[in-house]
Design a protein around this ligand. Structure first.
Ligand code: AMP
Ligand code: MG
Length: 349
């Protein structure tokens, strides 16, 4: 080989390496585009964080979809599907959008699974307490007993063919506040995936979905709030990718009367905020509608029943925190849950 061709080979190698570096630089740069949007919707603070070239467009589409879901499913919007169903209670069925039908139908399956602890006809009781609003109140026993009679998910009438839903008796009313955010998280995830987003965190006020991995290729880490401490203080951390992580806790919405805390998860059997030993429950699942639908009812059911129910469901896990400072973790999540140092909780295995 003469010196001239060796020189040529060296030039070719240098050109190839430079080209490769340019490709790595460009593709690497694409993944690093980060977009974050924080906003208030569905009565809570939401944050969308997405990586990728189309992340801005995807977040824009997600905001529109969230608005649409809220307009269809909020009990506070007079023209929503839910408000229309409630107005027609005892009169007839109301035609609704397919997404509202899907959410109610799915919710009913969780009402059944939780043996009525989760009951989306809870609205008359929720409306009585008004927890989470600006003027919550402590109702008297008589009022509670009266409203309690109206709560029964078995009175929901479904007509799939006509996409219509009704309630059997006058004054009955539906509230999908315990499940709609989960559905919304799944919808945002679909929009992100459709836009080619491979890495994102969808946080709809505690309904979290982690899409893909972090930019460094490692699973996302999600902190589990210490229910007895300030926001941002965690009892532990979950490592996950492509999972929904939904938490229901007594610290989310509550008010106090004479030192007693009244929170927003109402036990349909008593008409009062749930007094089970659980003060926080986190459900880890593939779909967020499942996690949300389960979180509210299982909170009420108590650890023993809820733990065995979760263990019987494939691909669903849970972390329960009880008032006696114990943390119960189901079998599938044990290896991916790390207790935070310096806390006084006892991990039950
Ligand atoms: P979550 O934060 O998912 O636990 O949902 C709590 C919300 O669900 C409350 O703010 C109410 O709107 C509604 N809710 C309260 N108690 C129940 C219940 N027993 N069954 C169904 N929904 C409920
Ligand atoms: Mg829920």
């Amino acid at each position: 080989m003469d010196i001239f061709s060796l020189h040529n080979i060296l030039i070719i190698i240098v050109i190839l390496i430079t080209a490769m570096l340019i490709v790595v630089f460009i593709t690497g740069k694409k993944e690093e585009i980060e977009n974050i949007k924080e906003f208030y919707a569905m009565g809570t603070v939401m944050q969308l964080k997405a990586y990728g070239r189309k992340s801005e467009k995807a977040i824009g589409e997600a905001l529109e979809r969230l608005d649409q879901i809220e307009n269809r499913m909020s009990v506070f919007k007079t023209n929503s599907d839910i408000s229309q169903i409630n107005k027609k209670a005892g009169v007839g069925l109301q035609k609704v959008n397919v997404d509202t039908y899907y959410v109610i139908n799915k919710a009913i399956s969780y009402c059944r699974l939780s043996e009525g602890a989760f009951d989306i006809t809870i609205r008359p009781l929720v409306g009585l307490w008004r927890i989470g609003s600006e003027n919550p109140r402590l109702p008297n026993k008589k009022e509670i007993q009266e409203k309690q009679k109206l709560v029964n998910y078995k009175d929901i009438m479904l007509d799939e063919e006509n996409c219509s839903i009704g309630l059997k008796s006058e004054n009955q009313a539906i509230d999908v506040g315990g499940i709609a955010k989960g559905y919304a998280a799944d919808e945002v995830r679909s929009i992100f995936v459709k836009n080619g987003i491979k890495s994102a965190i969808i946080n709809l006020g505690g309904n979290i979905f982690v899409l893909g991995n972090k930019a460094d290729g490692k699973p996302w880490k999600v902190g589990i709030q210490d229910p007895l401490k300030n926001r941002g203080e965690f009892v532990g951390i979950i490592a996950a990718s492509n999972k929904s992580i939904v938490t229901s806790g007594n610290y989310e919405r509550y008010f106090q009367v004479e030192g007693k805390k009244y929170h927003h998860i109402i036990d349909p059997r008593t008409g009062y905020p749930s007094e089970s030993e659980i003060i926080s429950i986190t459900i880890i699942s593939d779909l967020s509608i499942d996690g949300d639908g389960l979180s509210t009812g299982l909170y009420i059911m108590g650890v023993e029943k809820a733990y065995s129910l979760i263990e019987s469901l494939p691909s669903v896990d849970a972390i329960f925190i009880t008032s006696d400072k114990r943390i119960y973790v189901t079998s599938g999540i044990k290896d991916n849950f790390m207790l935070t140092k310096l806390n006084d909780y006892k991990l039950q295995i």
